[in-house]
Each structure stands twice: as structure tokens, then as C-alpha cells.
Design a protein around this ligand. Structure first.
Ligand code: PMP
Length: 459
């Protein structure tokens, strides 16, 4: 009786989902035909369970955000304590609240260099839109109102709001609905050699330096970069790249925005992604890991120079979100950072990176199609290629990354495929930062089995 009742409830839930819930980043037509792939019910540590009771390792930390794993009671308690103290308080018109202040102070204390103030948002897209606005506003205040353009690089993901979506260089997101911020300019990423091309071509795309020269530094407010590109396929900045872009920005009076939405708060084994290269950006966007996914919170850190300039402004700052500095989200953020520091989570990330790399070495030896594995902390991935020696991809019809991710899913491991680009078949791995050695080997064993299955289809 209980079982059939549950089955009935699930069937009804699926029907309601198909009918009333328009899902983000999902194929609508397939969704209304097939319904949800999975309905998550609960989670504990690195594992999640669906409504049918099937358990999975969350090898993607959902959307690279559940950094402290699921079911963390301390974070829940921090939320409960705050919610029962005051439901919400505004940060507009000079109003403030203790948790937002304490979190601002804390984040600034762990942030690199002279980043000295934070503007709170509700997530990564809002953070990047805010970063663009603050960069443009800063130049207005400096008497340089022509500096409005923002350069972003190929394969970057910066969000889904109009400006962040335009800065995003993954087709589909970039052009969705045709709403665009006209002041976004694209440059080639560090994965591409820079041929100069024809600068009169409207689709001209050079490297950052060439784009600055072509557009004119006096029109450019900022360059935005992810220290390690996430959604674009876990592309790690080569050593020296961020330093070179920073120097280029300084040379041209352009602000450097680091999009730390994925990298921030320990994901890469350092507190922030830029710390891997000792680069201090002028502006830094954060979200996701700041609360480990337990609440919607983001923020934009600004350098002392930008902060000192903005605080001279004597009119209302025409920017803000209802949930900027939400006390519950900030209480969770504070607790998240406390746990990261108290439990030496970064040390675990660095140790688990080594375990993951051992697993990658084993898979590289065993499978000729397994290649280009990388891991910086627990931001990791590998590629599938027809001929890795010759750097030859599989034919477009093969979709090996999607196949391997599906095979892992069947074996109760959730990973993510990044194969939106022709010739790039990438599997991304980003488990919660609290993962242990046994759980890493469980993941590797599942990938091993999925690769065996894939090999069968190729032979
Ligand atoms: N920047 C990066 C690097 C991201 O990965 C994401 C989200 N995947 C965003 C920005 C946007 O964040 P949100 O979805 O919270 O708006």
C-alpha cells in the first residue's frame, strides 16, 4: 500500500513537473515528452538520493556549488538561528544587519591583495552584472565616461542575465532570445594561438591585446576572466596568462574582473582561483561556494582604489537587489567560511586532488581515448579523443563525453559533459570538497566501467 501510494505520488509529481515547471538549461520539448531525468529527494555528504530511493555520488557538487556536501547540520542550524532572529532586513537607504557586516569583513580578510569591500547579490549572474556596472561607474567617476566595453574570452561562462549572458561566450547562452548588451567584446582565449586576422571584419576576434588595440583602450572598462573556465570545459589558465592579462590591463587603464563564481572558496585548493597565480584583480565576483549552495548569495569585491572612489559619490547608488545582504544567506556564508577554515578543507582538497590525479593516470594508461586530464584542487576534467597522439577528436556524431556521463549516471555517479563545441568532448568533475579517498576511488571505478562500455561502442 505504502509503495503503490509512493509510486502514485511520484507519477503525479512527474506530470505536474512536465505541465507547470519550465526548467532552466533543459531542452523544453524533450522535457515535456520525457519528464525529469531525476527528482532529488535528499542528500548526505557527497551522496544524493532520488525519490525512488536510488543513491548517487554527486561528482559535480550539483552546479559546482555544494562544496561542503549535503545535509550539513551546522549550516542548517546557522540558517535556523538567523531566521528565528529576524526574517529579513533591507540593506537599502543606509539600513544594515550584523551578519552582512560580519560576512563582508570576513570575506575581505581572506580575499587577495587590497580587495577591500563587497557588494552583495543573490548569485553569480547578478554579481557579474554588478561587476560590469561598478567598473563602468568607476570610470564615470574618474571622468572617463567613454570606458564602457567589457572584453570576455571564448568559452567563458559568466551567467544568464543580459550583460553576463552577452559576456558568456558559449553559443546558446550568448545569443538566447537575442537580448544583448552591445558593449561586450569578445577575444580569443588562451586555448587559441592568436592570428591577427582582418580587423575590419565585423566578427574580428584576436587575443586580448589585439582587441584592446582595435577597440581603443579609452572605450574599454574591463576584462573579465574565469581563472579556470568551468562550464566552458574546465580550461586552466596557463601559467603566466593571468599575470600577463593583469599587466596588459594596468598598461591600458582597464580593470581586471576575476569571475570566481566557481573557483572561489576553496574549489581549486586555494581560497580563490587567482591565488594559484598570485594575481590580484581589481574586481572579483563570487557566489556558489560562499554558502556551499545552502542559500542564494553572491558578491562583488572591489579594490581599495575603486572603493575609495565610489565612497566619494554623494548621490544615491542606483543599484541594489532586495536580497543584497540577506541575513540568513550571510549567516550561512559566515558558517561556511568558518567550517572551511576550522576543518582544514583546503588541505583535504589538495590531498584529494592527488588521489584524483592517480586515478586519471590509471585511466590514461588503460584507455587510449582518455586524455588531457586536469585537476586544480577539485576542479577537474578529462577529454575523449579518437587519436590523442595526433590530437584528433571523434566525429561529431559520436558524442563520447555525453555517452560516458550517461554510463556513469547509470552506475550512480553524477558528472557533467561539456561537449557543446565541435571537436571538444570534455567531462567535468567537481565533487564536494569534503570528499574522501574511498569516495574518489569509487568515482574512478565508475568512470573506469563507463570507459570500458564506451570502448565497446568504438571497437
Ligand atoms: N560565473 C561562472 C563562472 C559560473 O560558473 C556561473 C554559474 N554556473 C555564473 C557566473 C552564474 O552564476 P548564477 O547561475 O548563480 O547566476
Amino acid at each position: 500500500m505504502v509503495v503503490s501510494q509512493t509510486a502514485l505520488n511520484i507519477a503525479e509529481l512527474i506530470e505536474a513537473d512536465k505541465k507547470h515547471y519550465l526548467h532552466p538549461t533543459t531542452v523544453p520539448k524533450l522535457f515535456v515528452e520525457n519528464g525529469p531525468k531525476i527528482i532529488f529527494a535528499k542528500g548526505e555528504g557527497v551522496r544524493v538520493t532520488d525519490v525512488q530511493g536510488k543513491s548517487y555520488i554527486d561528482g559535480a557538487s550539483m552546479l559546482w556549488n555544494v562544496n561542503l556536501g549535503h545535509g550539513n547540520k551546522e549550516l542548517a542550524q546557522a540558517a535556523y538561528d538567523q531566521m528565528t532572529t529576524i526574517a529579513y532586513s533591507s540593506s537599502f537607504y543606509g539600513y544594515s544587519n550584523e551578519k552582512a557586516v560580519r560576512l563582508a569583513e570576513k570575506v575581505v580578510s581572506i580575499a587577495p591583495g587590497d580587495l577591500s569591500a563587497i557588494f552583495f547579490t543573490s548569485g553569480g549572474s547578478e554579481s557579474n552584472d554588478t561587476a560590469f556596472k561598478l567598473a563602468r561607474f568607476y570610470w564615470d567617476l574618474k571622468g572617463r565616461p567613454t570606458k564602457k566595453k567589457v572584453i570576455s574570452i571564448s568559452r567563458s561562462y559568466h551567467g544568464a542575465t543580459v550583460s553576463a549572458g552577452t559576456a558568456t561566450r558559449i553559443e546558446g547562452f550568448h545569443s538566447f532570445s537575442g537580448s544583448k548588451d552591445p558593449d561586450m567584446v569578445r577575444a580569443k582565449s588562451h586555448l587559441t594561438n592568436c592570428e591577427l586576422g582582418d580587423r575590419n571584419d565585423p566578427n574580428y576576434e584576436g587575443c586580448i591585446r589585439d582587441v584592446i588595440e582595435k577597440e581603443g583602450a579609452d572605450t574599454i572598462a574591463a576584462v573579465i576572466l574565469e581563472p579556470i573556465q568551468g562550464a566552458g570545459g574546465v580550461h586552466v589558465s596557463p601559467d603566466g596568462y593571468l599575470q600577463a592579462v593583469k599587466a596588459l590591463c594596468e598598461e591600458n587603464n582597464i580593470l581586471l574582473i576575476a569571475d570566481e563564481v566557481i573557483c572561489g572558496f576553496g574549489r581549486t585548493g586555494k581560497m580563490f582561483g587567482v591565488d594559484n597565480w598570485n594575481v590580484v584583480p581589481d574586481i572579483m565576483s563570487v557566489a556558489k561556494g560562499i554558502t556551499g549552495g545552502y542559500a542564494q548569495l553572491g558578491g562583488v569585491l572591489i579594490s581599495k582604489e575603486i572603493r575609495d572612489t565610489i565612497v566619494q559619490y554623494d548621490k544615491i547608488l542606483g543599484h541594489g537587489f532586495t536580497y543584497s545582504g540577506h541575513p540568513t544567506a550571510c549567516a550561512i556564508g559566515l558558517k561556511t567560511i568558518e567550517i572551511l577554515e576550522r576543518d582544514n578543507i583546503l588541505e583535504n582538497v589538495n590531498n584529494m586532488e592527488k588521489e584524483l590525479k592517480k586515478g586519471f593516470a590509471y585511466l590514461t594508461d588503460k584507455y587510449r581515448y582518455f586524455t588531457k586530464s586536469r585537476a586544480v584542487g577539485l576542479l577537474a576534467g578529462f577529454e575523449l579523443q579518437q587519436d590523442r597522439e595526433a590530437d584528433l577528436p571523434f566525429a561529431e556524431t559520436v558524442r563520447p563525453a555525453t555517452f560516458v556521463v550517461e554510463q556513469c549516471f547509470k552506475r550512480n555517479l553524477i558528472l557533467r559533459a561539456a561537449d557543446f563545441e565541435k571537436g571538444k568532448d570534455i567531462v567535468a568533475i567537481a565533487p564536494p570538497l569534503i570528499i574522501n579517498k574511498e569516495e574518489i576511488s569509487e568515482m574512478i571505478n565508475i568512470i573506469d566501467a563507463a570507459m570500458t562500455e564506451f570502448e565497446k561502442t568504438v571497437k
